[in-house]
Design a protein. Structure first.
Length: 132
């Protein structure tokens, strides 16, 4: 995961570490590190999708208005995927909290607004599945 490795190699390594507990803190740090290339940060985020810390890491990126719109939109999209694939593992309260946190984000940038709408649709679908 060192910066000396090429981007493609680092992306592949990050994606392969999805369930690796030993690299969790490093992958979280990479996802949050603004100086990393966006491809690396997105791969680090995707590697966290099934971890219980994912939502907090992704929402930290989404809520930070100093972040670029691309990484914020990627984090929102990943939140939507998390709800789609892991929604059954989340409580109704957790899903509602994530939904509220996304609604509170100012979607000034067009890409972010579109990503938020898609994520909210996926969260709403997960909510309807949990109440069925």
């Amino acid at each position: 995961l060192t910066r000396d490795s090429g981007i493609k190699l680092r992306v592949a390594a990050l994606l392969s570490l999805g369930n690796d507990r030993e690299s969790l803190s490093e992958r979280i740090a990479i996802a949050k590190r603004a100086g990393e290339p966006s491809e690396i940060r997105e791969a680090a985020l995707r590697s966290l999708l099934h971890d219980n810390k994912f939502i907090d890491v992704a929402m930290t990126i989404v809520a930070d208005e100093t972040e670029g719109s691309a990484i914020r939109a990627a984090a929102v999209a990943a939140i939507g995927l998390n709800a789609l694939y892991n929604g059954s593992k989340l409580t109704t309260q957790q899903l509602r909290e994530v939904r509220s946190r996304l609604i509170a984000v100012d979607p000034i940038q067009r890409d972010l607004g579109s990503a938020i709408k898609k994520a909210l649709l996926r969260i709403d679908r997960a909510l309807s599945d949990t109440s069925s």
